[in-house]
Structures are given as C-alpha cells and as structure tokens.
Design a protein around this ligand. Sequence first.
Ligand code: CTP
Length: 400
Amino acid sequence: MLTGKKITVGIAGGIAAYKAAELVSGLVKNGADVRVVMTASAREFIQPLTFSALSGNTVYTDMFDSSHRYGVTHIELAQNADLLVVAPATANIIAKAANGIADDLLSTIILAANIPVMICPAMNTVMYNNPVVQQNIEKLCQLGCRIVGPNSGILACGAKGPGRMSEPREILQAIKRFFAPDLAGVNILVSAGPTREPLDPVRYLTNRSSGKMGYNLARAAAERGGNVVLVSGPVNLPPPAGVELIKVETAEQMRRAMLDNFSAADIVLKAAAVADYRPKHAAGEKIKKNDDAVALQLVKNPDILAELGQLKKHQILVGFAAETGNIQEYARKKLEQKNLDMIVANNVSEEGAGFDVDTNIVTIIYRNGDMKKLPRMSKYAVAQSILDEVTAYRSERFGK
Ligand code: CTP
C-alpha cells in the first residue's frame, strides 16, 4: 500500500518514542522507504540502532555529521520525500515548528520541508491543555500541517486526560489515508458560521459562532480528496484550500445555497449556527432611538436541516447540536425530528468546547442509539474523527 513512498519520520524526546518503533516497522512492512531522524532527547528514550534495524537505513541524529552520503542532510530529508511524520511530537518540537526555530536536525528539517508534514502530539495533559501549546498546534494547522491525535487516557506520568500519542496503527491509518484519500470523488456539502438577520442597514441579530468547526470539517474533507462546497455565514477565517466557498449572510440565503447544492451532495455536514428567528421587518433606514424601551417582533426562520431531512435520498445527513444542558436528550430529539443519520452534540458552556475556541468536546450519536464520546481535541482533530465516523457509516450502509 505504501510501496515506493519515501517517508521521513522525526522522533522527538517523549516516552512515546518507543511507540515510534512500531510505527516505523508498520511503515516498512507496508512497503515504505523510511528514514528516521532523532533528536538528542529522543535518544535518551530509545537507541538509534532500533530504528536503523527496523528501517534498514541510516538514522540521522546530527546536523553536522559529515559521514552521511548526502550533500546537505537536512535539505535532502526535508525535500526528497513524500511525507514528513513527527511522532512523537513533543510540546517543544511543536513550539519550534510553529515559530520557525531551527536549532537541531529535526527542527531544521521541519523548517526546510516543502513536503506535507504530519504532527502526532504526545505530552502531559496539563502541557497539552496549555493555551500556548494549543495556539502552536492551531498555528501549524492553519499553515497546512496535518495533526493526528492525541488520544485521551492514562499517561506515563500517571495523569489522565488528552496527551497520549495516537496508537501506531492509527498513525499508520492516517498515513495510508494521506496517500489514498478515502473521500476521493465524494461530494461534500458543509455549512459553517452564524447567520446575520438584519434589523436595519447598520444592525443585525446573530450568535457567537466563529465558523471554526465547519471550516475545519471543510478543510479535512478536502484533504481527504472530497469535492467540498462550503456555505459560510460571515466569519473571520481564511477559506480552506481546494474548497468552493459560497458566502451568505441570512438564514434564507443559507437555505437557498444549501438547497441548490443538496441534490449533488453525498454527505452533508450542517455545522452552521442558524439564527432561529429574524426581525419581522428589516427597516430600510437606520432606526432612530425614541422611547426608553422597544419591542422587537421576530418571526421564525426556516429550519434548513429539517427541510434537507425531508428531501434526503442518498445523502448522509449530519447535524450538530449546540446545547447547554440535557445534551444527549436534546440531541437525540433533533436527530429524530430532522431525519438525520448522525448528530454531533456538544455542551457549549463547557470549557474547551463550543463557540470561538480552537478545541471541542463532542459526542457523536447515531440513529440506532450508538454513541461515541470524543475527548477534548483541536477542532481539526474533531473534524477528522467525524469524517472517520461518516466514512465508516457510509461504507457500512452503501458498501462504498
Ligand atoms: N439548523 C438549521 N436551521 C435552523 C436551525 C438549526 O439548519 N433554522 C441546524 C443547525 O445547523 C444544526 C442543527 O440544526 O445542525 C441543530 O441546531 P441547534 O441550534 O442546536 O438546534 P435548533 O434546532 O435550532 O433547536 P434549539 O435552538 O431549540 O436548541
């Protein structure tokens, strides 16, 4: 499956370095040509000999080692490969990568890379939850790196929470998916962001949605080979590469754009936070202040997702439920009422979840009552996990 693929594996200094041996072994068994780079700290945990035996190649550890047959090692390893995988990626190497620091061979390779880069974070939970680390991961994400994991569980230090490196088989799967995109040729319609309902030419009603979840879904789906149409309310985010962007403002405009693109879609991910109501009248002129109190008359907006649920034929329809309590009960009700295949529920009042943050904590609920609770992860990692679930469901249902 990976025959002929050249993969550079960077190993930083964390206890998960031992798991990199299984990863390298798996890559080699799948036919890849693997070259390993280790930091000095990684060598405190595991010997280079393990990796030279597993990969059948020299292991690179020193920036200035003149014995290597290549002219300029860091350029060779960073550019003459199909993929660079950093596993484990410690908080330190992530910080260096996010800020352009190149003070050893691995960080220099990351900086010199003009090939795709995959980062597999591994660290203590408190470190992982540190906003500095989260910002660095988000920055790498925005710069186009693929982030795999981390998982949640018991860590080497005894703490429990997110920070465990993804299992070698999960990383291997992500690498295989990178080379054989599992959504190639699949049409994916995503909606993201809030809607804006005008009151007059200068005022509107809206909500706190940042669009980050939907944009990450669009980006991850495009990376996996999907033909992605992103219908977006007003947000402050750069459009993801390779995605067709349709900008809308109001719920009615979003409804139109979703309906126009629905019949061609195979998968619909309805992450937008649609305003449920709009002002009955949008004034043509700015409303002047007058009395001490004013009453706004609001009328109901169309429920776009419920309408798509009625029209659904071959499409897999995924809804989102933003709740502040009784999450599962409300989410299940929406799943039924809107005729969805699955719903992604989150508690927007929980720290690290919901609007305008870079992480999310979600539970995916299926029609048959099955549930999958995911740990707190970056919205990009959540997006990848949602797509994993959708593709598994799709192949079970349609054999695709
Ligand atoms: N949704 C929609 N059109 C609306 C309202 C919601 O398409 N007018 C979609 C959202 O995009 C989301 C799902 O329905 O995928 C659930 O949205 P949410 O705001 O959680 O629920 P509501 O159905 O609006 O119910 P409530 O606000 O009462 O919780």
